[in-house]
Design a protein around this ligand. Sequence first.
Ligand code: MIG
Length: 846
Amino acid sequence: MKDEKPAETPPLPKEELPAEVSLQEADIRVRYEDVYEEVRPDTIVTVRWKDAAYEFVCSSGVCIRVQVIAPDILRLRYSPDGFFLPDFSYALAPDLPAGKVKATLSETTKEYILTTSALQLVLTKTGAQVRFYDADDRLLNEDAEGFMARRSVLKGWHCLKITKKYQHKEAFYGLGDKACGPNLCGKIFENWCTDAFAFGRDTDPLYRAIPFYYGIHHGLSYGIFLDNTFRTHFDFNSDDSESVSFWAEGGEMNYYFLYGQRPVDVARAYARLTGRPALPPIWALGFHQCRWSYYPHSRVLEVADTFRALSIPCDAIYLDIDYMDGFRCFTWNTAHFSDPKGLVQALEERGFHTVVMIDPGIKEDAGYFVYREGMEKGMFLRTADGAIAKGPVWPGFCAFPDFSNPEVRQWWGELHRALYVETGVSGFWNDMNEPAVFHIRRKTLPDDVLHYFEGHWASHRKMHNVYGLLMSRASWEGMRRLRPDKRPFLLTRATFSGGQRYAAVWTGDNSSTWAHLALANVQCQRLSISGFSFCGSDIGGFTGAPDGELFVRWLQLGVFHPLMRVHSMGQHLAGDTVVEDEAQLTDPALHTTDQEPWSFGDRWTPLAQKAIELRYALLPYLYTAMWKNSQDGTPVLQHAAFADPNDTKLRDQERDFLCGDHLWVSPVVQPKVQRQLVYLPKGHWYYFWNGMPAFGELFVNVMPEQIPFFVRAGAVLPTYPVRQHTADTCIDALTLYVYYNPTGEETISQLYEDAGEGYGYLNGEFCLRTWTSRGGPDVFHLNQQIEGSWPVFYQKIKVFLVGFPTFLQKCLVDGAEMPIREVRLHNRTLYQLIISPDFTSIEWHA
Ligand code: MIG
């Protein structure tokens, strides 16, 4: 594209905005007892350059501000009257580059055209409708009706809406957490963080609000992020009107248009816009065991000791709300835990990290230090009348911190000192932060509760959807300050776009059914492409009791979810409040049976163990995928459609997904499966369990102890020996599976390793291996490039060749001939090679 003028050049001179905007012709209606008006853009009468954006002013008064954020990211704001709200967002990355981006504005008789190196925005002079094109003039997205704003006397501007055209065979993905199939087309959704206890398929909304979606059509892809925290709605042609619309119930129409050559590029653009997640500590990628609740002290140790006695790997144990004194956050129930520090230390000696729950609701109790301090310092939310806003949760009536105030966040962070610094707890788990309140219909605080909103005072209507994000921000920032040497591990239930900068998420209160296993699979794929790669579900199901088969299949899926955590609703203490809608929780009939890996009998325990062992074997691969995610936002899990947006057979595929760069996972989500039909994306693959080449559509035989998955031809899959926990650094060898590629194409694989904790990696203390493989009929090369200064734990690398021609003549490592051994592994014969970790090239000759 031509970059003639920098964006800051004032554009074509135009007449000024008329001093008075006539509303005489506007459509003012009286409905019931309120007076309504709708405003739309009409003819553009003024174009101007103001505050680093182009403003297009219509004669109706509507003003459109277009800002070039990056060549592939444009921002559009609409104001019904030409005045914009203060520009502020909790979602955007703090390091969002504010630099000037080259853009050119030109015009034809009918349109204005704004061009960057990646995108073209066309705006019609009459109607002010927009169309987006890529640099090759291919239409990505266009308005149908464009912008509309509706106001009433009683509700103010309560509908700010954009209507776009549905493109032929367009598919939609994303929106964070929705409990439906992957393609959102034909459905309508709401974003309002909700405590969705025992949700089911198609329950909407759930706990999180992530107003970001992908559109894919004709092999093209783009994303739209509506940066508006009010309740928002997305309609993907649900009524066959050939249109797609999204609207907010307040605030401003403020959306970002993101272009990507492939869907994964859209994901990366979104990560640049809303922030990349921090690299987690390695233990957080180990196996986690949780239950509502483990107590007392002796029971927690018994669980830990059973893991070790049975040699089932595990890195973390969780304490749910019952560790607290009457559900008072930052306290301990001393009857059950007389020596918290001793417990945490005893767990640490056994190789376990302790994660504890913290809720936002602070019990109304003058004798409780957090409540008293919060009251004295003015830390809690108030209603518009100035009274402290209170609602019942587990501890009874509670007050809620205003996390949108930096002083409150500071205070909140400091409250973690005793647990995090003195007691030695490793991580926190933020629950009920939608915020959830026990009220049957509303489930949250009333609308008139006021929030500081960084000085932009707002009602709960505006704040609700970011409450969870800000609680996790306060907790995360506190952890960073209190232990600057540690990488925080924080898990949150509610969040908003951008919340990936602070916390991992789990999918909430699911149930122990096969349908829920299938749902957890698609939910985690969706969360991952919506910015939250660090996600997982309650393995085995939260309510109800799984049988051994369901539990094992769920664990196997969890191997590929960055958060691999078993959780269930066990025996727990009843709250001392009337638990209206969640009252059933105290019904003993709903109490689940044990859900530890050994709880299902001798037939299933070894299978559960094998699944967890597979996780630990694959840790180097998964850690690398998480590192990549923290670097550039590449989602760890990707929907099938992301593997090849041109392949229409993949667009509605729900079960199978990509994990990292090179694994295609086909989980078992039904009982008694013996054979599974798999459809692979283009290219050559190998079935992991027997090393057989695979492509296109095929059946695989499914063993109870195996989750079907495939490795891309040409890839290098790194594995570690199984350890009982990640603090055990006795790794004698790194094992690489090298997969032959018959096509002669180049394939790149990476392995990222570091200390697994702390920030030395920011000073080069890491080891990044980049492998490039290329093969032909008689020779296969593998080159290795190493970056970073971190000394790895092992002294040798074992290489296994998969899919290579049967007769290998010779093998050269860095030019010197090496003996190739044949070894038996998983009942097959494989070529093996043992070499030094710093080799630079291997060549195999057939
Ligand atoms: O009202 O802390 O989703 O994981 O075990 C229920 C008790 C409160 C809901 C969470 C669940 C947790 C439970 N919590």
